[in-house]
Design a protein around this ligand. Structure first.
Ligand code: FAD
Length: 317
């Protein structure tokens, strides 16, 4: 079932959902199940599974290092299908422009359709770690908006190179990313919002936001989005701080601000166990306020561990 249908069916009740990262290749999927199991009591109608960008690896060829590109956490669509079968819950595989040609994307979408996956998240992807700027893949898309159009075209039977008259077109519900504190490359929040509107106009059905720690920024973002005509549901993304280094890492990677009260509370902690607790308590307060404001879904970034998400969900749902 589509994410937007879940939201409609909930009739104003805030839903719980979360995002998972595939295990590093070679590791068992059991690791994921162990993190999903404790969260199922909160009845997530859908679970997101990320797709990772490729990385450069260097292979020793008799003393000469050969540079290769590899994806360390493949398997997104396979994991989504396994989760749907095991837990009878909808999944949302993340699709990226970066690292995929349009043809490869088309084949992934065909797989998703056959596997009974009704939702996808359309993203550009970040630059590779070794690159300063996002470099589009040859034969791939430059921006998420183009990916949204490709996905939406399928609902009319419009494949890349042919139009197929069929009564079984893949009609995905499409999510896209939004940034309450603007995307790091955007020249301004207003121009980033216009880009978001372009994604919605291209066919996106809902928005999930980047993490934020100050709800006011989310409320202002939703208001500004409404003012430029974005009417699809906007789902807040919540990440509980878990280690002291997040104080530097999260602003550096995601260009987000951390409120001074939260910084002070984290800095006062003696160890990361205490930091985890501070992160949980902050996220509970954030979640309760967002829920009271009537957000359709609270979507948690689990980053592979679910104990803190469970502690938050217990207080909020
Ligand atoms: P876009 O919407 O394409 O925007 C990228 C930038 O280009 C923005 O600054 C925008 O303002 C600008 N822009 C857009 N269109 C134009 C145009 N026509 N001309 C000029 N500028 C333009 N990354 C992963 O690698 N894997 C994941 O699974 C993943 N999941 C995510 C989930 C969520 C909810 C969020 C918020 C982010 C996720 N990301 C993921 C990170 C995301 O890939 C990065 O933030 C990426 O840098 C931008 O992706 P986007 O889809 O927002 O890009």
């Amino acid at each position: 079932m589509k994410v937007t249908e879940h939201i409609k069916q909930a009739k104003g009740k805030t839903l719980f959902s979360f995002e998972l990262i595939p295990p590093v290749k070679g590791k068992s999927i059991q690791e994921l199940y162990d993190n999903i199991d404790p969260l199922m009591e909160f009845k997530p109608p859908f679970i997101d599974v990320t797709t990772s960008r490729e990385e450069y690896v260097y292979i020793d060829k008799g003393g000469l290092l050969e540079k290769k590109v590899t994806r360390m956490r493949p398997g997104t669509v396979g994991i989504c299908s396994s989760i749907q079968h095991k837990y009878h819950v909808d999944t949302v595989p993340h699709l990226l422009c970066g690292g995929f040609t349009k043809e490869e994307t088309e084949y992934v979408l065909v797989d998703c359709h056959y596997l009974g996956i009704d939702n996808v998240m359309a993203l550009r992807g970040d630059s590779m770690k070794e690159e300063r700027y996002f470099v589009p893949t040859e034969g791939g898309h430059c921006y998420a908006k183009e990916l949204v159009s490709q996905i939406r075209n399928l609902s009319r039977g419009e494949y890349l190179h042919e139009t197929i008259d069929s009564d079984d077109n893949a009609d995905f519900c499409i999510g896209v990313a939004g940034y309450p504190e603007k995307h790091l490359e955007a020249p301004s929040l207003q121009s980033d919002l216009k880009r978001l509107k372009e994604k919605v106009d291209a066919g996106a059905d809902y928005v999930v936001t980047q993490m934020f720690f100050d709800n006011q920024k989310f409320f202002e973002f939703v208001e500004a989005a409404k003012n430029i005509g974005i009417t699809v549901p906007i789902i807040p993304g919540i990440k509980p701080i878990a280690i002291k280094r997040h104080l530097q890492l999260l602003p550096q990677v995601f260009r987000i601000d951390i409120p001074q009260d939260l910084i002070d509370a984290v800095e006062a902690c003696q160890n990361n166990k205490d930091v985890r607790q501070v992160g949980i308590e902050w996220a509970i307060q954030q979640s309760k306020e967002l829920k009271s404001a009537g957000v359709p879904v609270l979507h948690y970034y689990s980053m592979g561990k679910s104990d803190n998400i469970k502690a938050i969900a217990k207080e909020v749902f």
